[in-house]
Design a protein around this ligand. Sequence first.
Ligand code: GLU
Length: 507
Amino acid sequence: MTQKVRVRFAPSPTGPLHIGGVRTALYNYLFAKQNNGDFILRIEDTDQNRYVEGAEKYIIDALNWCGIPFDEGPEKESGYGPYRQSERKLLYKKYADLLIESGKAYYAFDSAESLDAHRKDHESKGKTFIYNWHNRLKLDNSLSLTPEELQNRLANQQNYVIRFYTPEDEVLHLKDIIRGDIQIDTNILDDKVLYKSDGMPTYHLANIVDDHLMEISHVIRGEEWLPSLALHTQLYDAFGWHAPKFAHLPLIMKPEGKGKLSKRDGEKGGFPIFPLSWGDSVGYKEAGYFPEAVVNFLALLGWNPGTEQELFNLDGLIKTFDLSRVHKSGARFDPEKTKWYNHHYLQEQEDIVLLDSFKPILAEKLDKEQAFDISLFTNVDYITSVISLIKERASFVSDFWELGDYFFQTPNSYSEKVVKKQWKENTPSILNKIALILESLEDFSSPELEKMIKKWIGEEQLTFGQVMAPLRLVMVGDLKGPHLFDIMALVGKEETLNRIRTALAKL
Ligand code: GLU
């Protein structure tokens, strides 16, 4: 029977989740879902010094906002929990002891000061101190102590750590789904600490024990954990356990290409680094991104389907994503591209949904003095019609006001550049005549307006530009905006005439 696919996202709650972490979670989620597997959230909080209040909730909120909820995790028990390592604390000692018994690990009593002195001594000779085969017999551990001395120390509750016994002169053959086969000479590895006498396992031991007990089939995680793969593989062997398959994801790189994307890059470039706001840092959600856009751009940071296709919803990603096609090299982050994705997903939203996000912005911008009809600020039909006209040019809901303020207030200034170029001597007389036609119109719909004005332009033997440019200027204050007749129809006859008169008085 093949093993059920079970993957886990295992963050340490040391602060907000960086988008690189969100991408790791996303790839785990996609892989789980395309294999009818389980996506597990495990909180790796063994290092209590680095614990940050609120970080776990943040992680859960972020996954939920992205639409990639976990199947099992804190408060979603499924027989494999608890899912916080701090709540599993008592379980790890047994496994550390097993390794001691089989000679795969040993007790070490070296104080922090003595290790520091060794380090400094090596440095002064231009060498690096590594705790392993070549010096462990000279250090303070159960390999160099007599059995009686060891018993004494343990009986006296002297502080110890348990270190992994890395064999000498062996070549390890490691496998990674993305990177292929990797060979490591054990002589360069140090005897990593697995457990401390304060009763806490280190990341390495807790991670392996939990992946085993939680029946994890695939470990998909960031490249920064690749150096741990040699130890992890050896630990599985030492326990006699079947190891999961590993996939180490490439780093997300700075927009300039070199170096890992950091919080500072976001601050410098004015783009979010976190999915949700954290302290002073604005998140993707609060910056107006749609979760669909974030999921889409993250999926393509480090993977592509091998075709030109760039737009994928979550279902499409579940079908198409292929772990073995994830790139080995770092993926350059492109803030402009994230806006492009958001622009796309904004177009896909229902206008009525966009309205909900636009309402608070509108309320904030509302200037009663400037409004030509105050009731329009709360008129759902009117506002959704405005949104449907302007959204094509918007990447964010927050662009709406800038793109469509003239739907709510009469322009009180006119682009000087446009006035200079388009406001000719005969413009007032043209606009006066247009006003007369408009006044007589019963049907003020966009097609009717277009028909009548075009007909009149033909009869008067004017050019289109002579009429349309100044007319747009008086309606909008500039030469921007959607189809002019749509604007006129929406603001209505009275306001259209008002704008023509206002401009004629001012210009
Ligand atoms: N706790 C580690 C982290 O913070 C987990 C690494 C892993 O997935 O093994 O990323």
